[in-house]
Write a protein that binds this ligand. Structure first.
Ligand code: SME
Length: 153
């Protein structure tokens, strides 16, 4: 199934126009992603802490790890490298943190504020191996780019 990322992006921008605070916005965005993308077991956010670690934010899915240390896991590497991490098989990724043993593939995108500071990561997990394509990466990157600088972090 192809995902209409343009429509999702328009919906996300609409949420922000109603309420730019990061908790309500990221809550609704995690729900939108979880409802729209097929074959997911987790979709949500970790926010960047003062020490450069990550703290669990709004999400959909099973109970998750609350804190991820600086540079740890796929999420930490995405921040350290400041780039999208598309991981077709999490079991082949050194240092992957398994919050939900159902996860087999994952995509993580860093998010920044208007000054370019790292604020959060968007983390999406799937029980399928190789679930995320370059098309997903590009669609999600466009969605993130359309909203990240407008969020009240
Ligand atoms: N798998 C992530 C940890 C977060 S959970 O997937 C929700 C990682 O390795 O960074």
């Amino acid at each position: 199934m192809r995902v209409d990322y343009e429509l999702m992006t328009a919906q996300a921008v609409g949420f922000l126009e109603t309420e730019p605070g990061y908790v309500p916005f990221l809550s609704n965005l995690s729900a939108l992603i979880y409802q729209t993308l097929p074959d997911l077991n987790w979709a949500g956010f970790y926010t960047v802490t003062e020490d450069g670690g990550l703290l669990l934010g709004p999400f959909q899915g099973k109970v998750a790890c609350i804190r991820l240390g600086k540079g740890k896991g796929v999420c930490g590497v995405a921040l350290t490298q400041n780039e999208v991490m598309l991981v077709p098989d999490v079991h082949a990724f050194p240092g992957h943190i398994a919050c939900d043993s159902a996860s087999n593939s994952e995509i993580v995108l860093p998010m920044h504020d208007a000054e370019g500071r790292q604020r959060a990561v968007l983390d999406i997990d799937s029980p399928l191996l190789g679930r995320f394509t370059e098309e997903d990466a590009a669609g999600l990157a466009a969605l993130v780019a359309a909203v990240e600088s407008k969020i009240e972090w």
